[in-house]
Design a binder for this molecule. Structure first.
Ligand code: 5GP
Length: 119
């Protein structure tokens, strides 16, 4: 069994977070350390530590990450200007929390994909 992270506690509403969306498959909440005016994490409710652990069983939940990303981008009013979706994997990818998550980052021009801030 993979070890739970703080994200499981946020999903179960055991610790506070600014949750902007939740359904039976995914939860989305604002990043505690935003790198842009909009910085939201969209996570599957089921614990998958890294992209390397993804299986076909996860396809419905992981597909939902994208439909929810598009909805949140519309809700935030950043869909037309655009935004960036990021998933980090393991050490070289800069992953810090081992419960996979999609970063939805926008609200300003983000610059080159691999800048000094890694976005
Ligand atoms: P990673 O580097 O793993 O792709 O991104 C982890 C993200 O989770 C970071 O952007 C970090 O700011 C965010 N984060 C870490 N702990 C918490 C927390 O307790 N609450 C919230 N809302 N975000 C967190």
């Amino acid at each position: 069994m993979a070890e739970e992270t703080i994200f499981s506690k946020i999903i179960r509403r055991e610790i506070p977070a600014d949750v902007v969306y939740q359904d039976e498959l995914v939860t989305a909440f604002r990043d505690i350390s935003p790198q842009a005016p909009t910085h939201i994490l969209i996570v599957p409710n089921v614990l998958i530590p890294t992209v390397n652990d993804v299986t076909a069983d996860h396809e419905q939940a992981l597909g939902r990450l994208f439909t929810v990303a598009a909805k949140i981008a519309r809700d935030e009013g950043i869909d037309e200007d655009g935004y960036r979706l990021i998933m980090n994997c393991n050490r070289h990818g800069g992953q810090e929390v081992y419960h996979i998550h999609m970063h939805l980052v926008g609200g300003r021009a983000l610059g080159p994909m691999l800048s000094h801030k890694g976005l």
